[in-house]
Design a protein around this ligand. Structure first.
Ligand SMILES: NC(=O)c1ccc[n+]([C@@H]2O[C@H](COP(=O)([O-])OP(=O)(O)OC[C@H]3O[C@@H](n4cnc5c(N)ncnc54)[C@H](OP(=O)(O)O)[C@@H]3O)[C@@H](O)[C@H]2O)c1
Length: 319
């Protein structure tokens, strides 16, 4: 049985595409009474629809694989509830964006086969019980702990039964960094400016900060031994993705709009923390982290009780 911890957009996507008699969700510990089935409709990338009813697993004794599809900030807590009940031989694949949460899990359980995945598949839930596979992409999976290395081919084979494109990745940290660069250069700007990805490019705030941001990231990557890209190359990569996804709403902007906690601590916030460890200043990452945090629901109501946004000056062209 393949278990899925985190029954949100990405978890429901993998669940919908894996063999239906071999997949189940792990409930939240506070789910009371624990329901028997999770029902939802699935809209495929081609637009066809089907209804699913998948079990909530109460006893994870016969798991062959665990996919963790919680948000980065929930991952360690969610896993800590289940780890004592899951045999140490079961491979665990972490699907979180950003960096930091994966290392926290691997550090907690270095003896387990822990893997990380980086995916460009896109899924969302326009209604709570409707899952849309909105964008097709590719998924790379690699070992985080030594014990995961021999498991990698089997894990990739199990994930590939979905029909999605899944690759084994020897350099999964490099792959996660490549996505982190793009997320760090697009997501906070879209959240702060409250605009789709493409609209950041011409904005003064983006223009002012993108070069120093890329210099900070290039310095951190060089210090960490993650390739040696120039700041110019990073800017080009960020702007290309922003142009290619011009009408998309980033997950960070979506989280702010839906009053959910963002993953900023694992994107620009991760880069700030890494800078502190390496003694490399990261003022632009700090600025972006602070501003996104100020937009989060509790902060906003605490600090701006009259509903005034501190970022009005960033929208000179908004009608
Ligand atoms: N969606 C995508 O297309 C996509 C693509 C690439 C990468 N990712 C990454 O994948 C991760 C998940 O994204 P998502 O869009 O699927 O987020 P999501 O829709 O918010 O799903 C996260 C799920 O985790 C559940 N959860 C939180 N704490 C839990 C706990 N302690 N125990 C069990 N379940 C818990 C949440 O439950 P509640 O609903 O009850 O809060 C929610 O259903 C993120 O790191 C994201 O960046 C997503």
């Amino acid at each position: 049985m393949i278990g899925i911890l985190g029954a949100g957009s990405l978890g429901r996507l993998w669940a919908a595409l894996l063999p239906q008699d071999q997949v189940a969700f792990l409930p939240r510990p506070d789910a009371d009474p624990a329901p028997a089935l999770l029902s939802y409709s699935f809209e495929s990338i081609q637009g066809s629809q089907r209804s699913l009813a998948l079990p909530w697993l109460q006893q994870p004794d016969d798991l062959s694989l665990l996919l963790v599809t919680t948000k980065a900030g929930d991952t360690l807590t969610a896993l800590q509830h289940w780890l004592p009940k899951i045999p140490e031989s079961v491979p665990i694949v972490l699907f979180q964006n950003g960096l930091g949460s994966q290392q926290a899990v691997a550090d907690t359980s270095p003896q387990r086969p822990i893997l990380a995945a980086s995916t460009t598949e896109g899924a969302n839930r326009p209604d709570p019980n409707r899952l849309v596979h909105a964008g097709s992409g590719e998924t790379w999976v690699g070992a985080l702990t030594p014990r995961a290395r021999p498991e990698l081919p089997g894990v990739v084979a199990q994930l590939a039964t979905t029909g999605l494109v899944v690759h084994a990745e020897d350099q999964i940290l490099v792959r996660l960094w490549q996505k982190l660069v793009v997320n760090a250069g697009i997501n906070p700007f879209t959240a702060i400016l409250d605009c789709p990805n493409g609209d950041i490019l011409a904005n003064d705030f983006f223009q002012r900060h993108i070069d120093p941001l890329c210099r900070e990231i290039a310095g951190l990557m060089a210090a960490e031994g993650i390739g040696d890209p120039t700041a110019g190359e990073l800017r080009q990569r960020i702007e290309t993705v922003a142009r290619n996804t011009a009408r998309n709403t980033s997950s960070m902007r979506g989280d702010i709009l839906n009053r959910r906690t963002t993953e900023i601590d694992f994107i620009n916030g991760y880069l700030v923390q890494l800078g502190q460890r390496l003694d490399i200043p990261t003022p632009v990452n700090q600025l972006l982290t602070d501003r996104v945090k100020q937009l989060s629901p509790h902060k906003e109501s605490e600090e701006f009780p009259d509903g005034q946004s501190p970022f009005e000056d960033l929208h000179p062209h908004r009608g």
